[in-house]
Design a protein around this ligand. Sequence first.
Ligand code: AMP
Length: 416
Amino acid sequence: MQNINNYDFSGKRAIVRVDFNVPLNEALEITDDTRIRAAIPTLKKVLSSGGSLIIMSHLGRPKGPSEKLSLKHIVKRVEELLGTTLKFADDCQNADDLAANLKPGEVLLLENLRFYAEEEGKPRGVAEDATEEEKKAAKAAVKESQKLFVEKLASYADCYINDAFGTAHRAHASTALIAKYFPNDKMFGYLMEGEIKAIDQVLGHPERPLTAILGGAKVSSKIGIIEHLLDFVDNMIIGGGMVYTFKKAQGGTIGDSLVEEDQFDLALRIVEKAEQKGVKLYFTSEVYATNAFDNDAEKIICPSNAIPDGWQGMDASPAAIEQFREVLLNSKTILWNGPVGVFEMPNFANGTNSIAKILAEVTQKGAFTLVGGGDSVAAVTKMGFADKVSYVSTGGGAMLEYLEGIELPGIKAIRE
Ligand code: AMP
């Protein structure tokens, strides 16, 4: 494994996996270029060090070549951000000449990798009523052709950089398999390095107390993270729809609030594990409850374990947020994932927005704060606090898997 800062790029062609999976509107214009901007430092580094670039990415979930999901729609924006013109290969498997003729400082963008089933290594077009044998054969066939697909991509370049944290949890051709063709010339880009460093600062060598705030709808989807984090944190704040499953499991009444009855045992096990580990668990103690799942429904404030029949918990109350604030003000490292209320409804966004605000406040006081996962990132961004917390992760799914303790294929492939 090499380091992008020390690697000698002069006269070399670098193939870089980026995440240019940006949202496009009906007119095929980019509506949010955050992901493109996130990769620019790495791309500029190669160019300014005398190398040339072959950029590869996926866009959307095409089932084959698709005009709508062509990466040509983003060429102009990349050119503006990089300050140079791009060559474009409209078939990522047929770019030999374009790649071979690249001169130092030149950039080639490959067409959407997912136009080929081999990128993901999953067969396409297998009939739903296909027999198990047929499905197996289709899988084996795509795995076989995937080798040629990766070999072709690798043949374009002298070194490989992975800067696509958003797809690091996928063992795809361009995110993982390609790395083995560059045993001495593979490295992370700056974005990947930043993400890994931020998570290591939380789970590897945090300044304590370390507090995790976990929100969201379901215990079942967060259980892996909760259990893993209990081995690391001093405090765990649990908010959002998850709370009611815990409260009901502990004998409380939760009215019509969100609940997963099949998770009661697990919820009680988590409480027990936290006790054993000496982790202080904090749940939303008091909530806004409504008589309908509606932004304009009538609302009352009640304890989260005493919600009347016909009412459901929607957001943390100001008193509950104040309790969270106290814990957060006393923390030196904080990790936040998941909203603490139905934040899509303006009347129940206060809890989540308040957490964003408190994180900005404690960051200013010197705490390290990491925000990960789509909804919490959206909340800090919307509140204008994205640059007031220590780190905002760009990878939703990848971040969640990392927090579960899963070794991400995209990271492993570079390291091993
Ligand atoms: P997740 O994808 O598990 O992180 O969950 C995010 C979702 O949780 C968001 O869409 C929120 O609206 C939802 N959520 C948060 N708190 C509650 C609650 N009290 N009741 C229902 N849904 C909630």
